[in-house]
Design a protein around this ligand. Structure first.
Ligand code: DOR
Ligand code: ZN
Length: 345
């Protein structure tokens, strides 16, 4: 196959930042995806529906002329999020859920949740209204090894939560381990997961290949090759519980090439091309449409996109850097070749 046309995909997990960075980021996502679920971990975080809707307007204002892209939003959950805020978010029609960042788990998560036990009324309201809980699934306990944080989160937090709220819809964002995959496969209805391109294409050895590779550091961190294989199998199996979420997470070059570098991998410049490569390698290009363009919309109860996107098998070189506001970032596969190229609209 040298040409692949699929129903236009959606990105169910992306970071678009704000201000000058937002301007330079939106075109990458809007060129590929019809919709994206935009993360709320700004500084300060988007903890109210009003803040989230104002941010959405800034995203719309940053869209290139004629773009049809539609941002969808998620509210940043804190220990104090009241049920009424869920009500307001739901009424907006464009805020689909709440993002659970365990406090301290990752970039801009300080205001996140320290104790889910305090949020019963809020979670109950989400469950009643069909609002989705988007979960960063890692414990923050410093005694837990970084490679085990996802597994411990499932046992300690997620399994009890799902049992306590049997109708709450939950997306296990950026699942990274075979344990996570098995958990989602065996969970009740209403539990799904997104998978990033980096976790499908790379294992943890890539972070140390020939030296330390800060641009391959993200959270949850890359895992073992056996985990990568489990993720690839889940993504390409035609199982609607797994769908596309790039977690494209831009950071200025100097903040990653530093003594204490930021977590996050930028992939929006090739947000569908990278998945095509992973699916192609698995001999599963025929399953890309279900994963990228159907399963997520179906889970969120939204219509599937009607238009299409075309990729051709025609190698291109990823630039060494991509503009980010007044600065630059280093994109995934910088300076390397990618096998699939996007055909412009
Ligand atoms: O690597 C990450 N970067 N993981 C996250 O959960 C947050 C993200 C970011 O916002 O940079
Ligand atoms: Zn993220």
């Amino acid at each position: 196959m040298t040409r692949l046309t699929i129903r236009r995909p959606d990105d169910w997990h992306v970071h678009l930042r704000d201000g000058a960075a937002l301007q330079s980021l939106v075109p990458h996502t809007a060129a590929r995806f019809a919709r994206a679920l935009v993360m709320p971990n700004l500084k300060p975080p988007l903890t109210t529906a009003a803040q989230t809707l104002a941010y959405r307007e800034r995203i719309l204002a940053a869209l290139p002329e004629g773009a049809l892209f539609r941002p969808l939003m998620t509210l940043y959950l804190t220990d104090q999020t009241p049920p009424d805020e869920i009500e307001r978010a739901h009424a907006s029609g464009v805020i689909l859920g709440c993002k659970l960042y365990p406090a301290g788990a990752t970039t801009h998560s300080d205001a996140g949740v320290t104790d889910l036990g305090r949020l019963d009324a809020t979670l109950a309201r989400m469950s009643e209204l069909g609002m989705v809980l988007q979960v960063h699934g890692e414990v923050t306990d410093p005694d837990v090894d970084i490679f085990e944080r996802e597994a411990r989160f499932i046992e300690r937090v997620l399994e009890p939560l799902i049992a306590r709220f049997p109708r709450l819809k939950v997306v296990f964002e950026h699942v990274t381990s075979h344990i996570g995959v098995e958990f989602v496969r065996s969970a009740r209805t209403g539990v799904a997961a997104t998978i990033t391109p980096q976790h499908l294409l790379l294992d943890r050895n890539a972070m140390f290949q020939g030296g330390l590779r800060p641009h391959l550091y993200c959270l949850p961190v890359l895992k073992r090759e056996s985990d990568r294989r489990a993720l690839l199998e889940a993504a390409t199996a035609g199982d609607a519980r797994f769908f596309l979420g790039t977690d494209s997470a831009p950071h200025a070059r100097h903040t990653k090439e530093a003594a204490c570098g930021c977590a996050g991998i930028f992939s929006a410049h090739a947000g569908i091309e990278l998945y095509a490569e992973a699916f192609d390698a698995a001999g599963a290009l025929a399953r890309l449409q279900g994963f990228a363009s159907e399963a997520g919309a179906d889970f969120y109860g939204l219509p599937r996109n009607e238009d299409t996107l075309t990729l051709v098998r025609e190698p291109w070189s990823v630039p060494a850097t991509v503009p980010l506001g007044a600065g630059e970032l280093v994109p995934l596969r910088a300076g390397e070749r990618l096998a699939w190229r996007l055909v412009g609209r």
